[in-house]
Design a binder for this molecule. Structure first.
Ligand SMILES: Cc1cc2nc3c(=O)[nH]c(=O)nc-3n(C[C@H](O)[C@H](O)[C@H](O)COP(=O)(O)OP(=O)(O)OC[C@H]3O[C@@H](n4cnc5c(N)ncnc54)[C@H](O)[C@@H]3O)c2cc1C
Length: 377
């Protein structure tokens, strides 16, 4: 009598995943053969980010599920269509988190969309960006081949670290299928301190604190108020509070505040809607010591002074010149009804970087079927 293995939930999930993968491959091969671009979609929560999407939708939500999670090794591997909320819930059960605090921008956010967009929340200057936590990736290229990059540990990287280039590429290189992400324990204790300070003084103070061994986990200045989040061991937070001073914010209010920055639900962002009438929202990435950029417009500062949100109708060329003069660059983060005119979303790259990008593109997707023109028109 032959032994028939029992059908487990895992077997069923795996076979469903295998079927989904085969369907994705078919779509990719047909798209390449016909030269018809694909518009890779997760939860569609960040559709407004980057240049206007085009192509036939390739819905990735069916390719989902946590493949493995090893809390002791601080690594989680999941299929790209897995809801971000499901991943965060699994991590929270074990007192762990995605260190870069990714914005969801909607309830349907997926892991693939999170890594493809490469966006990070308030912790970013203190722990790192999404690309710093991508240990490995499984990707489908334009020929329908399934490619494996990296792995599940930090130390196995030899040669060109492709899994990290995928973070922030907005799906232009290939279909993200599976990602291994390094996770971290949640801080034991947190505290948020507030200080009444004008912009220039707040920037100066943030930079002084940035050079000290303080357990900083986020900072934001808006409308004369500087908020600073501390996170770590209780003793370290007590010591920091004693040297920094300020007014401690109620824990629930603080939680809501940092989330409102991460998700851009804070009232500052209200006049720069994702769609429809409103002013453009610019994200300036600059050296943290950069003095206040311009008077008379609404600003919100994060990341120790390195990230300046700016809501303004000023022409794109003027904003990009201001960012460049400061040694940084400017992204048209939300453009609503495209009132910023013909401006490109991302700062045009120097020729040398552009050449590297084109070679990568040529290797992954020579027919340019994936998210065509989403990064550059
Ligand atoms: C603590 C700290 C200190 C800093 N010090 C300095 C400094 O001394 N000097 C300085 O110049 N900057 C400084 N910065 C700014 C820093 O250089 C940028 O934040 C960093 O380079 C990451 O920039 P980023 O826009 O890629 O941001 P990220 O949040 O890492 O990137 C956002 C996403 O947008 C994508 N993206 C950004 N620009 C483009 C583009 N043109 N085309 C396509 N995709 C794009 C990225 O790939 C990424 O996925 C500092 C930042 C921090 C947090």
């Amino acid at each position: 009598m032959s032994h028939v293995p029992p059908i487990t939930t895992e077997t069923l999930q795996t076979s469903a995943a295998a079927q989904t993968l085969a369907a994705i491959r078919e779509r990719v091969l047909a798209a390449t053969a016909g030269g018809t671009p694909l518009d890779i979609q997760g939860g569609n929560t960040k559709r407004w980010y980057g240049e206007t999407p085009s192509g036939e939708p390739l819905d990735m939500r069916a390719y989902r599920g946590i493949v493995s999670y090893d809390p002791a090794e601080l690594v989680i591997t999941a299929r790209a269509g897995t809801p971000l909320a499901e991943i965060e819930a699994a991590l929270a059960e074990r007192g762990q988190m995605l260190p870069f605090e990714p914005p969801h921008f909607g309830p349907g956010a997926t892991l693939g969309g999170c890594i493809a967009a490469g966006l990070a929340g308030p912790r970013r200057p203190h722990v790192g960006a999404p690309r710093d936590f991508v240990l490995g990736a499984v990707v489908m290229n334009g020929q329908g081949q399934v490619l494996h990059f990296g792995g599940q540990v930090m130390k196995n990287v030899a040669g060109y670290d492709v899994s990290r280039v995928l973070a922030g590429a907005l799906g232009t290189l290939g279909v993200l299928l599976e990602l291994s992400i390094k996770v971290l324990p949640c801080p034991v204790a947190e505290a948020t301190l507030r200080f009444a300070l004008p912009q220039a003084q707040a920037i100066g103070q943030l930079n002084r604190w940035g050079g000290q061994p303080l357990p900083l986990m986020g900072s934001a200045w808006h409308d004369g108020v500087l908020s600073v989040r501390l996170g770590g061991a209780a003793a370290a937070i007590d010591a920091a509070r004693a040297t920094m001073g300020g007014h401690q914010v109620d824990a629930i209010e603080a939680l809501g505040f940092w989330e409102s920055l991460r998700e851009q639900t804070h009232p500052f962002f209200a006049t720069a809607p994702v769609q429809g009438d409103g002013q453009p929202l610019w994200r300036l990435s600059v050296p943290p010591t950069t003095p206040p950029l311009a008077h008379g417009d609404e600003h919100l500062i994060e990341w120790g002074g390195a990230q300046r949100w700016w809501i303004t109708p000023r022409p794109a060329a003027e904003i990009r010149a201001i960012a460049a003069a400061a040694g940084g660059h400017a992204t048209l983060f939300r453009h609503g009804n495209k009132s910023a005119g013909a401006a490109s979303v991302f700062t045009p790259q120097p020729a040398a970087l552009q050449a590297i990008g084109e070679r990568l593109q040529q290797a992954f997707d020579p027919s340019r079927i994936f998210n065509r023109h989403r990064l550059y028109r």
